[in-house]
Design a protein around this ligand. Structure first.
Ligand code: SAH
Ligand code: SF4
Ligand code: F3S
Length: 440
């Protein structure tokens, strides 16, 4: 049977999980003849996979939804769907606000994308909304991956932690772990297609398997380490309350398990951590960081931080800055607290004014940049094993890849190919990247 080729343009916002899911939706759509395009003007279907973790993420999405209206006016047959976290949160309010949206699918309904698009193509029911919970992406569909060298592999969906600032547990539902054999089969398949690096994804990977009990996260990592052809296995995110010494040990002795821990602390003040409902203290976190440094020499440690949480005082901010000076992260992703309606923190007293938040964020970033640069400067003259990804975005002659610790390396291309492991001598370390030269 010959199928007409149609084009889909993906607009993906938010975290790596969203990118992984978009590739899985692309895989389902490929089965009914859709190929991906970068050019929205040529598309028959525009699919927007959204995020609502901060207000800015939603603002961006609404801006883009407005732009699509013009495309639809020029090409009335264009289908436009909104999926993911913001779709889950807003549901049919999205269509009331923007009637040019044809369909809305929540985070649990992404496995329906193929059926919904088929139906809309056939008889164009005016609108379709489904945000019911609990569904899963089909296991038998091969993701249409963007990258060739690295792959995102979700191991679990949802989150049970209910940090008081965070909307994720409300829009993604309870934790559901994929079966270990499905994850490992996907890794083997990816390896056969040339993938060399896999990042295992979950909101809290350390609680993997607590539902099905077929394997826990360390069991899974040990199996992932053995998948033929996969040179590097990464994972994120680890929650400090659940990260075990057993995991640290697994990374230490693992062959392909990368020496990088992304361990979001969120804050450095115990009283703020408590109202955030993070379930650990700075003392407990400090012990974990020390265990990582002791057991896995050279490991990198990165984090997420939120400033301007309700009730945050100047003294809390000083405690946070001191904590950063003490832990010395390789990198930190810093966010301004954004109230999300429906979460406990949004209703707390002591909301911090915007200008105070911004001023605190600047101090935080200035300190962290200093620390990141100092840490990277110590790598000057060292030789790093880099997984070659390809040309950098701005210059074809400068290629890029990452160290095992997850740092971006740039060097003048000397004939390397994507997917090979190269040795690069670091000559010019910077805050966010390491520049160097390829060794023969
Ligand atoms: N599950 C992961 C990541 C979740 S979202 C974890 O627990 O670390 C990614 C980051 O967004 C969080 O780590 C947090 O730093 C930030 N974040 C979540 N909700 C936020 C909010 N309401 N305002 C600002 N930042 C937020
Ligand atoms: Fe949000 Fe906390 Fe769950 Fe992370 S662990 S997704 S910050 S509720
Ligand atoms: Fe955003 Fe949903 Fe990820 S809210 S950060 S896309 S889990």
């Amino acid at each position: 049977m010959t199928q007409e080729t149609r084009l889909v343009k993906f607009l993906v916002y938010g975290c790596q999980m969203n990118f992984a899911e978009a590739e899985r939706m692309a895989g389902q759509l490929r089965e009914i003849g859709f190929e991906s395009t970068e050019d929205a003007e040529r598309a028959d279907l525009v699919l927007m996979h959204t995020c609502c973790v901060r207000e800015t993420a939603e603002g961006k999405a609404y801006g883009k939804i407005g732009e699509i209206k013009r495309l639809k006016r020029e090409k009335p047959s264009l289908l436009f769907g909104v999926t993911g976290c913001m779709a889950q949160k807003e549901s049919d309010a999205l269509i009331r606000r923007a009637p040019h949206i044809d369909f809305v699918l929540g985070t649990g309904r992404l496995g329906e994308i193929r059926r919904v698009v088929e139906e809309l193509l056939l008889d164009r029911v005016p609108h379709f909304v489904d945000v019911s919970e609990g569904g899963a992406l089909p296991e038998k569909v091969t993701p249409a991956r963007q990258g060739t060298v690295s792959a995102w592999v979700p191991i679990m969906y949802g989150c049970d932690n209910f940090c008081t600032y965070c909307i994720v547990p409300y829009v993604r539902g309870r934790e559901r772990s994929r079966r270990p054999e499905d994850i490992l089969a996907e890794m083997r398949d990816a390896a056969a297609r040339g993938v060399r690096e896999v990042t295992l994804l979950g909101q809290n990977v350390n609680s993997y398997g607590k539902d099905h009990k077929l394997a826990d996260f360390v069991d899974l990592l040990r199996e992932a380490d053995k998948v033929e052809g996969i040179e590097r296995v990464r994972f994120m995110t680890s929650h400090p309350k659940d990260l075990s010494e057993r995991l640290v040990e697994a990374v230490r002795y693992g062959k392909h398990l990368c020496e990088h821990f992304h361990l979001p602390v969120q804050h450095g003040s115990d009283s703020i951590l408590k109202v955030m409902n993070r379930n650990y203290t700075t003392e407990k976190y400090r012990e974990l960081a020390q265990a990582i440094r002791r057991e896995v020499p050279g490991a990198s440690l990165t984090t997420d931080l939120i400033v301007g949480f309700p009730g945050e005082t100047d003294a809390d901010v000083e405690a946070l800055l001191d904590f950063l000076r003490e832990i010395r992260y390789d990198a930190a992703y810093t966010f301004l607290y954004s109230p999300r309606s429906g979460t406990p923190a949004a209703k707390m007293d002591g909301q911090v004014p915007d200008e105070v938040k911004h001023e605190r964020l600047e101090r935080l970033m200035a300190l962290q940049n200093e620390i990141s640069l100092e840490i990277n400067e110590r790598l000057s003259g060292t030789v790093q094993e880099v997984l070659v990804e390809g040309p950098s975005r701005t210059d074809e002659t400068i290629w890029t890849g990452r160290t095992r610790t997850g740092k971006i390396v740039l060097w003048p291309h000397q004939g390397e190919t994507a997917g090979e492991l190269a040795r690069v001598k670091i000559t010019q370390p910077q805050t966010w990247v390491l520049k160097g030269e390829r060794l023969g």
